[in-house]
Design a protein around this ligand. Sequence first.
Ligand code: ATP
Length: 308
Amino acid sequence: MITVRVPAKVNVQLGVGGLRADGFHGLANVFFAVALGDEVTASPVPAGEGVTLTCSGPDAGVVPLDDSNLAARAARLLAAHHGIADPGVHLHIAKAIPVAGGMAGGSADGAAALVACDALWQLDTPMETLLELAAELGSDVPFALLGGVALGRGRGEILEPLPVEGTFHWVFAVADGGLSTPAVFRECDRLREEAGTGSGESDVPEPDAEPALLAALADGDAVALAAALTNDLQPAALSLRPALAATLRAGTEAGALGALVSGSGPTCAFLAKDADGAAAVAEALRASGTCRTAHATYGPVPGAGVLA
Ligand code: ATP
């Protein structure tokens, strides 16, 4: 039996370019892995019994346990890559990452399942190959293998690890219900059209990593990082879920250095000065009535890894 721990991500910068002909947006995506994470356990079942799934945790009821689950798809993809015709594995997901919350929880489970099945089946797949398989599963899956802090380009899957100093303290305010990532991108395009700027590749400048943000990460400077946080999807997430404005305000009023919607939302992320500051912001958010719950955590942390 193999258990893999895998981090959630927050995008400290999410720069969204114009809509491309292939239906994707060019991104400048600075991923940051946080200790809030899932655990995926792979247990052997006799060959030919297929891939079975269970899930536990507060959001377990809304996690699909059919073939669409990214953990199951990852196990099958790894087996197919190695020519294993009749894989047998049971995967249990201990879910702590909010579902459809903009923290790439499904992608994290996909990455964790790749690592767990690779160890269970003693395949020793090189990291480079795992990263290629991860990119086939989804744009956010490779980062969950890598962890740390990285710049994602293309659809987010071309990754460049970034230097970072020390530990940053975060709070995540979990909303009731999720937001569909494709719906948030569509709303982003719609708002750009409405504003008259256009939403195509020729209308929107190609996004790039902000030098001030990269310097703040490399210096371990939380105040500077807070000032540099940006998310081009935030107006769209707020348009679809106006109540998030009150959540962002509650965290800022409680002393957070900076606040933004995490990825496509609706989870809101807050940067705190230190661990005590994060605990205080989380407590204030829980008491504010503007979110379902709030978690204090930290990062960066490594990507998907087998627990000893
Ligand atoms: P992202 O930030 O990568 O766009 P997200 O964090 O907003 O994604 P996820 O938690 O990954 O959202 O879930 C998005 C959808 O993916 C869910 O609504 C669910 O139908 C599907 N899904 C597939 N596999 C999983 C999984 N292992 N855990 C959670 N959701 C999954």
